[in-house]
Design a protein around this ligand. Structure first.
Ligand code: SF4
Ligand code: FES
Length: 367
């Protein structure tokens, strides 16, 4: 390891995007518009190698995601390989494509935790958003099977203008399914979701009401249910440290082995990404140009470079700066200390009269 690399901390978490295939077609999908083809996906052995290298690098936990990870027929082997490497294994799934038999294999392979996503709490809304008739009923079956298997469960719900009204029911559903944690994330406008921003963006009134409901539910359900709530960035005044800071705590491996500093990094024009098939994870993490590009504070423009929050939020999200301002090297436009905020406010005003959900573009991927 070169001297400069010694100052870079090792990653602690990895998102393994096993496939981009997915039987659902949610309009809020944050995966790229151009998806990796099935033929380009890493093999079971490749993933086992990724996990060994990741553990050697310092990674403690892996999040198996997609697309829909259950679209990989070798999911149980992949889980076993991650466990064998000594990683804590979290499976993020829509439940579609899982059966009780497959779940039993995955549990036997050593999965530690499952995050099950729902598109709503009523079959009608959930199936409409997910674009998959009967999907909600299947999810409920799998949730019951997860409870029977005794695996720790978190319920994930992506909320937007058309389902935020169901928030109290999300808490009830989580408890009914035996989840100890619920993660409610307002849609992040990356990848495909960006095309549907005007349709999906909640109103400020909805977000304020949701915050009150979360506060009430946290106190009423304390000791039974942990509630994580991620409000929409656009209504905040200061940005979050996306990825805990670029190239500082985590990395993503895309289905074809491309190693990314964040989920949406491939949207950044001109950035070169290394592939696990060509270089080791260690070389990519410590010396890859994509990881070096926005690491730390040296790259920062004004006013970030002299700001007292520069080592708190690291200038916010690069992909959001790109999506809103067309410049990945600009401060996150959420920040009220920067000029870019004017553009974000204009955008929110322009998209205030959002069209109905029917105006959204659903994905068609296939599992
Ligand atoms: Fe963060 Fe930059 Fe805003 Fe300061 S100016 S709060 S570092 S985005
Ligand atoms: Fe890429 Fe935030 S999603 S830096």
């Amino acid at each position: 390891m070169a001297d400069g690399a010694r100052l870079i901390p090792p990653p602690i978490a990895m998102l393994a995007e096993l496939t981009h295939r997915c039987p659902l077609s949610c309009p809020y999908c944050s995966n790229p518009v151009d998806l990796a083809r099935r033929e380009a996906e890493l093999s079971t052995e490749d993933w086992a190698d990724v996990f060994r290298q990741a553990a050697g690098l310092g990674v403690l936990q892996v999040h198996l995601s997609g697309g829909e990870p259950a679209s990989r027929r070798d999911l149980a082997q992949i889980v076993a390989a991650a466990r064998e490497a000594g990683l804590y294994v979290n499976l993020i799934t829509s439940g579609i494509g899982l059966t009780e038999e497959r779940l039993t294999e995955i549990v036997a392979a050593g999965v530690d935790h499952i995050q099950l996503s729902v598109q709503g709490t009523r079959a009608e809304t959930a199936d409409r958003v997910g674009g998959y008739r009967g999907g909600f009923a299947k999810k409920m079956e799998i949730a019951e099977a997860i409870a029977r298997a005794g695996v720790a469960l978190t319920l994930n719900a992506v909320m937007h203008r058309h389902n935020l009204g169901e928030l109290p029911e999300v808490f009830d559903l989580a408890e009914r399914l035996g989840a100890r944690r619920v993660e409610i994330a307002c849609v992040q406008f990356q990848g495909w979701a960006l095309e549907n921003r005007a349709v999906l963006q909640p109103t400020r009134a909805q977000v304020d009401e949701a915050k009150d409901l979360v506060a009430e539910a946290r106190s009423a359900r304390a000791g039974r249910l942990v509630i994580d709530f991620v409000p929409p960035d656009y209504y905040a005044d200061l940005p979050k440290a996306c990825m805990g800071g670029w190239g500082s705590t985590g990395l993503n491996v895309a289905p074809d082995g491309t190693v990314l500093p964040c989920h949406a990094a491939q949207t950044i024009p001109g950035m070169r990404f290394a592939n696990f098939r060509d270089l080791t994870l260690e070389e990519i993490w410590y010396r890859g140009p994509a990881f070096a590009a926005f690491r730390g504070t040296d790259w920062m423009p004004d006013p970030c470079r002299s700001c007292d929050r520069r080592e708190i939020d690291f200038g916010g999200c690069r992909c959001q700066a790109l999506a809103v301002l067309g410049d990945a090297a600009a401060p996150d436009p959420v920040c009220r200390r920067t000029e870019g905020r004017t553009r974000l406010d204009e955008l929110l005003r322009a998209e205030g009269n959002a069209p109905d959900l029917e105006a959204a573009r659903w994905r068609r991927i296939g599992g």
